[in-house]
Design a protein around this ligand. Structure first.
Ligand SMILES: [Zn+2]
Length: 205
């Protein structure tokens, strides 16, 4: 999948890699980097065509190429780029309102879990996106499973108390805004609303 994505997105030849010196020392990563375009074509189109041919001759090869190759790349590319468009448009903002990123189960279905994008923007170092047990995040499950067989390591998670604090802060901000907007627009009413929210935040600690 990563190779398929690289087929379209890694075309810039003059990228700087001075911030990934650890990856530059890994011979497997550098071999993939040198042959990314050939690998992308072989894995994205060659492999499904070959498997189709083995299954059902030339008709199977054509089906493998069109469905397992072309259609798969179209769906995956659209799913990937939904993250920068739809995941900043649809859903809730439970962790932060500082940027437009949003959490949405519906978007998570199409983006392999990245639809919990509000969390990702607030806690970017965390390997997870959907942190609640019921949230659909197959990428998180894959990375975690890989850690059990040594393919990934040192998985980083945000501290649970900081996550809860972010959620509480957003709830408090939203409640304050609701009180102010309900209180009306004249100066006296706004002053009263501010006093109410200040008192409620003091009592909430
Ligand atoms: Zn984003």
């Amino acid at each position: 999948m990563r190779t398929s994505a690289g087929f379209c997105s890694n075309s810039g030849r003059n990228r700087r890699f001075d911030n990934v010196s650890d990856l530059k020392k890994d011979p497997l990563v550098m071999w993939q980097h040198r042959h990314i375009h050939l690998l992308a074509v072989l894995v994205s189109f060659g492999l499904p065509t070959l498997l189709g041919a083995l299954w059902d001759g030339w008709i199977g090869a054509l089906g493998g190429f069109l469905i397992g190759g072309v259609a798969k790349v179209v769906v995956i590319q659209h799913g990937t780029f939904l993250i920068n468009s739809a995941c900043h448009t649809f859903g809730r903002q439970p962790y932060s309102t500082r940027c437009s990123a949003r959490d949405s189960f519906f978007m998570a279905l199409f983006t392999f879990g990245e639809g919990y994008h509000n969390y990702h923007h607030e806690f970017q170092h965390d390997y997870r996106n959907g942190v609640k047990p019921w949230e659909w995040d197959p990428t998180k499950w894959l990375i975690w499973s890989f850690s059990k067989i040594g393919l990934t390591s040192s998985l980083r998670r945000a501290r649970a108390d900081l996550v809860s604090l972010s959620e509480a802060n957003v709830r408090k901000t939203v409640t304050s805004e609701q009180v102010i907007s309900k209180a009306g627009k004249t100066p006296n009413e706004r002053h009263l609303a501010h006093k109410i929210t200040q008192e409620s935040s003091l009592t909430a600690g």
